[in-house]
Design a binder for this molecule. Sequence first.
Ligand code: CA
Length: 340
Amino acid sequence: MSTRPSRISAEVDFERDGKQVGYLRLPHSSNISAYGWLGIPVAVVRNGRGPSVLCMAGNHGDEYEGQLALTKFIRAVEPAHIRGRLIILPAANLPAAMAGTRVSPIDDGNLNRRYPGDPDGPPTDMIAHYIASVLLPMCAAVVDLHSGGNTLHYLPSALTREEPDAARFARSMAALAAFGAPHAYVNPPGGESRTLLAVAQDLGLTVVGTELGGSGAVTPHTLAVAEYGLRAVLRHFEVLDPQVYPAEAGRPPSRILYVRGDQHFVYAPSAGLFEPCFTLGDEVEAGQLAGHVHQIDDPARAAQPVHFGGAGMVICRRAPAPVQRGDCIAHLAEDYDYRS
Ligand code: CA
């Protein structure tokens, strides 16, 4: 990570008790604003000693449950409801969130592929650097609320990432279970190292994320999973007062799943229209037909079959029917027998 300081300044004082809502000012000199700044919304709610937790959404701009849940939570939460400190970023990549796009329209930056960032880079890299070098080191845990975005759709799930440190992994698994989503899954270690959860894990934080729904939409159910889970995991971290935000009795435990590597992912082999023959939640076998790619401009040509490479449950599917070669059509997860 760059050792140069961030150029972003905070309107809020992270060390002050009480509730503050303001902006992270990101200097942005453009054709329409020579000396301007982008205001990335931030809230700090602090009440004495206790753990610090970063709650974040808008890492991808087209994933809305987390943005809504955190915006509503900022209005609802009071310092008396918590112990310690909550730092809330409801729209971390603000230009992407305002445009309703995965990546920033300003610099084409995919925030969740830019960590640990660059203080002198384009805006998305500056945001990544501020989060990784200023916010994460203040915190013991991070909650990063994602959904499927415009091109994917998930079974509402919490997620975390496997790591070699057994004690830290156990803390993340406990937070995953506490979130209380219908499904929860674990990503294998290694893999993508440029995500928020990857850099947070490198810093020793407890990490929990979500994939709540998608197709660029929000439903009452997916938003309810986000709002319940946010409160439940903050109770679990002993930041949120259970008297004010009580747990729901009798809520069923999450079904815990594990995503293996490539065998659990299905990609379009060619461009065309994809006709699926599965739905979210289906249990499939290795080699089972997933669907066909059709060439509507060449109707005499046989459709190209696509098969699942591994066995498991379909937890994610592509939303749009048109595909290009290499698009992820679906991914699977298998039951995970975790014992801490
Ligand atoms: Ca995402």
